[in-house]
Design a protein around this ligand. Structure first.
Ligand SMILES: NC(=O)c1ccc[n+]([C@@H]2O[C@H](COP(=O)([O-])OP(=O)(O)OC[C@H]3O[C@@H](n4cnc5c(N)ncnc54)[C@H](O)[C@@H]3O)[C@@H](O)[C@H]2O)c1
Length: 328
């Protein structure tokens, strides 16, 4: 059985859906702090899903899961992921993302479960020294959120050496879009991600989208990021899981499209897809936003045979349908 932590959340639920489509039974573990019971209920209609409400910060909660189910592999999404909040409240982030993960890893070892796929992030790289960013780029996070993820990466390396726990670390760039059938979607509160925030102003009268910074060293002055579709990301998890099963080796992969797009380009793509003018305000830069971040994902393409197939228009269309139908 596959255990998916954080599968009531955005990326975890899309990955759970992918595993259900490939006829796997899954155990979902989530404290529902930022995830949604409605998402779990939807997953339950699509396959064999066993849901345990529990918190990784309480080791006994996760111990119970391994006693109740025969877990072979863990996909670990559960974490806090708001950069700004992590700067204001690092304690909360280290406690959850590091201590919570340690509880999980220790329980795995105690139960002789030695395979994990871990959600890491491009935020572990910090300010880019070169582009596109490959897996060998130095890691120097500029906020506590990134530090917590890098800390877990280091723990995984040590746990492999000492306890033979094998991990695939997936460093995502900016994740976007929703399930093509709009059964589940991106449902963060607060929502800090670009595309849902642009789209919010089309369904919410009092909402105006802000572009922070128009004087960056980029062709149109706005920040450039790499927007990877959540369904492609889910597929990458399935490929990583298979790779781990077949080879039993630890490895690290960037997951991005390798194609940086600016905030203005995404904004214009949203207007085009929706065929609507979207209100916007231009604001000063915020602290700590690098001008450009985009991935080199050749390694995932070559080794995992990952073939991201969705366009930015796919991400915008599905995100809009989700926003309109479910969150308005
Ligand atoms: N969304 C992105 O663009 C992005 C980019 C890079 C990395 N990531 C990483 O991917 C993972 C998933 O991100 P997301 O956007 O789906 O976040 P999310 O908040 O939608 O999902 C996280 C889920 O984990 C659960 N959770 C958190 N702490 C928990 C705990 N202690 N015990 C049990 N459940 C807990 C939450 O309730 C939530 O359902 C995170 O680890 C995040 O750091 C996300």
């Amino acid at each position: 059985m596959i255990l998916i932590t954080g599968a009531a959340g955005y990326i975890g639920s899309h990955t759970a859906l992918k595993f259900l489509e490939k006829n796997n039974d899954i155990v979902v573990f989530d404290n529902l702090e930022n995830g949604h019971i409605e998402t779990v209920e939807t997953l339950k209609t699509l396959g064999d899903v066993y849901f345990i409400k529990g918190d990784l910060k309480n080791k006994s909660d996760i111990d119970k899961v391994f006693k109740q189910y025969k877990i072979d592999t863990v996909l670990h999404f559960a974490a806090y992921a708001l950069v700004e909040e992590s700067v204001k409240n690092p304690k909360k982030y280290y406690q959850n993302n590091v201590v919570g993960t340690l509880n999980l890893l220790n329980t795995m070892i105690e139960n002789n479960v030695k395979k994990i796929v871990f959600s890491s992030t491009c935020a572990t790289y910090g300010e880019p020294k070169y582009l596109p960013i490959d897996e060998n780029h130095t890691q120097n996070p500029v906020n506590p959120y990134g530090q917590t993820k890098l800390t877990v990466e280091k723990i995984l390396k040590d746990y492999d050496r000492a306890y033979n726990l094998k991990s695939i670390i997936l460093r995502y760039f900016n994740v976007a879009g929703c399930d093509e059938k709009i059964r589940i979607g991106e449902w963060h509160n607060p929502e800090t991600h670009l595309i849902p925030n642009i789209l919010k102003s089309t369904v919410q009268d009092d909402y105006v989208f802000n572009i922070y910074g128009t004087d960056y060293d980029t062709p149109d002055g706005t920040c450039i990021r790499d927007y990877v579709n959540v369904n492609d990301l889910a597929e990458a998890h399935f490929l990583a899981y298979k790779y781990l099963e077949q080879n039993n080796v630890s490895d690290i992969f960037n997951l991005g499209t390798e194609n940086g797009q600016s905030v203005k380009e995404i904004f214009e793509a949203c207007q085009k897809v929706l065929n609507k003018k979207i209100p916007v305000k231009l604001r000063e830069r915020r602290d700590g936003d690098p001008a450009k971040l985009y991935a080199n994902s050749e390694k995932a393409k070559t080794i995992l045979k990952w073939n991201p197939a969705h366009t930015i228009e796919d991400s915008i269309k599905t995100a809009y349908e989700w926003e309109k139908n479910f969150k308005a």
